[in-house]
Write a protein that binds this ligand. Structure first.
Ligand code: FAD
Length: 506
């Protein structure tokens, strides 16, 4: 009820789009508002289809689907999923380099001093150890092993997290079943026209190609890159970030399943971008993300096929995009979630995670029918900051390369960094300090992984460790490495885990 006694509640929510964003939004809102009188209608066009990529996730996806009542192993089975413990970066620092960005922490903090300071202290004393050896997720990934983390905090097996690789189409279908089970109405039709109120531009209805008109109070635009509502009707505007992120094309293909499937995503540097390898139970996703300024589409395709072979289940399909963000992800009574709200690029699998946070923000700031502009401003401010922080993290990967072989990688090194990233880098280099902002998707351990992987190390270590007994420290760190190596030995292989608990019915 509004203060003047009228019922201001949103009654009808209309979602346009039945891709990952549309069905995640529908399932989450249906769950959140269960028992209320709100109706949720999703319009999707099977003649247009979905983008059909987006198959690597980060661990927050598990919180998302658990919050709507789905369980890990059921999702894995239904989506032919595999485990993702992190991302292996091959050839990014230089052509021979390889490191893993894991999900989970490194070592153990002591006396309120972060673990990496102890590692730096030992390094300064002349003992160089592999930072990855202090991460259980890295050790599991390297060994091709997996077990679910222990819920018991003192256990060595409690200090990692995991995510999934899944078939995007199957994931959307699984969510659709969940959402429809909670009352979401689905309409298969194409939106042909958007009707808007003259005085403020709010959307009043959608004219469909079957002749029907769908009316609503709040419209969620999950229509993909085109942004049918947020751009087509609301003219939100787009902020282009190609000055920092050069990749603007992808070639997506599918190959045969890898046996045994690695429990991580692999991203391999190429001449004008990078190639993903995403293992699923029934197939492997391959793709080349590249910059059209540095390579032609034809040459990119040859490079991709040269790397993955021509025996493919699906030939390369080209997707063009402009890295950046919608200036106002929420405008009037329209909220854009998914690709319609912006897209950086696939590196670090952030897009589905941004769908999750978009939904979460919408739930937290859910308006009444008289939409309070302060809620809209808050949502947009939050989205802008969050995306800028993800952008900075992704830029770091390119900027930090030391490849000498071609123009693309040289140009990436010469990019003028955003002030926000420069400040973060300075704090790290001067003091080994990792700034943690509000609404930041990536935890300090992720920044650590990338800094270390690219050999960006601080000038010194925490001065509190000056008087530390180096021999004792060496023994303690050796103990940590051994505990991790020991714990990994006892875990099943990734294939055994899938076979035993998560085998898809194919
Ligand atoms: P889409 O899948 O494009 O869905 C749009 C929907 O809108 C469709 O159902 C379509 O039919 C409907 N629609 C459009 N117009 C109309 C109309 N007029 N009438 C009715 N319906 C309409 N993200 C990750 O997190 N991890 C990854 O590994 C990853 N890899 C990616 C790789 C590439 C190359 C690209 C381009 C993206 C990648 N992403 C990744 C992003 C990920 O694909 C998207 O975030 C995710 O698929 C959500 O897409 P969407 O639902 O917003 O759009």
């Amino acid at each position: 009820m509004s203060p003047n006694g009228t019922d201001n509640r949103i009654r009808d929510v209309v979602i346009v789009g039945g891709g990952t964003a549309g069905w995640m939004t529908a399932a989450a809102l249906a769950d959140h508002f269960r028992g209320s009188r709100m109706t949720i209608t999703l319009v999707e066009s099977s003649s247009i289809g979905t983008i059909g990529v987006g198959e690597a996730t980060i661990p927050t996806i598990r919180q998302f689907y658990q919050s709507i009542g789905l369980r890990d192993l059921d999702v894995m089975k239904a989506t032919h999923g595999t485990v993702k413990l992190g991302i292996q970066f091959d050839g990014w620092l230089n052509p021979e380099s390889s490191f893993i960005h894991p999900f989970g922490v490194y070592g153990q903090d002591l006396r309120n001093i972060p673990f990496h300071q102890y590692w730096l202290r030992l390094r300064a004393a002349g003992e160089q150890t592999d930072f990855g050896d202090y991460s259980l997720a890295v050790a599991l990934a390297r060994a091709g092993r997996f077990t679910t983390p222990s819920p018991n905090p003192p256990s060595t097996l409690s200090v990692f997290d995991w995510a999934l690789h899944f078939d995007a189409g199957l994931f959307a279908q699984f969510l659709r079943k969940n959402a429809e089970g909670k009352g979401v109405r689905r309409i298969d039709a194409k939106v042909e026209r958007v009707e808007q109120r003259a005085e403020d531009g709010h959307i009043t209805g959608l004219l469909l190609d079957n002749g029907d008109t769908i009316t609503g109070d709040l419209f969620v635009d999950c229509s993909g890159f085109g942004g049918l509502l947020i751009e087509g009707a609301m003219k939100s505007g787009y902020e282009d970030w190609t000055q920092w992120l050069f990749c603007d094309r992808a070639l997506a293909a599918q190959g045969n399943a890898i046996s045994p499937p690695p429990p991580y995503t692999r991203v391999t540097a190429h001449s004008a971008g990078w190639r993903w390898t995403i293992p699923l139970q029934h197939r492997t996703g391959h793709g080349y993300v590249y910059s059209s300024r540095f390579i032609s589409d034809g040459d990119a395709e040859e490079e991709l096929l040269g790397a993955v072979g021509r025996d493919l289940k699906m030939a390369p399909r080209r997707i063009a995009f402009t890295p950046g963000r919608r200036k106002q992800a929420w405008k009037g009574n329209c909220v854009a979630i998914g690709l319609s709200s912006g897209f950086l690029e696939p590196l670090e699998s952030t897009s589905i995670a941004l769908i999750e946070t978009g939904i979460e923000k919408l739930k937290q700031l859910f308006p009444g029918r008289q939409i309070d502009p302060r809620l809209v401003d808050e949502y947009n401010d939050w989205s802008r900051r969050e995306l800028q922080r993800v952008r900075d993290f992704v830029i770091l990967h390119y900027w930090a390369n030391q490849r000498q072989d071609n123009a693309f990688w040289r140009a990436c090194r010469e990019v003028e960094l955003p002030e926000s990233l420069l400040h973060k880098l300075e704090m790290w280099k001067r003091r080994g300090h990792i700034i943690r902002y509000r609404w930041e998707m990536f935890q300090p351990s992720s920044w650590l992984a990338i800094y270390n992987g690219f050999g960006i190390l601080p000038d010194g270590y925490d001065p509190a460790l000056d008087g530390y007994d180096v021999a004792g420290l060496s023994r303690a760190l050796g103990g940590m490495r051994n505990a991790i190596a020991q714990a990994v030995k006892d875990c099943p292989t990734h294939s055994e885990f899938i076979e035993r608990y998560a085998k898809a019915d194919m």
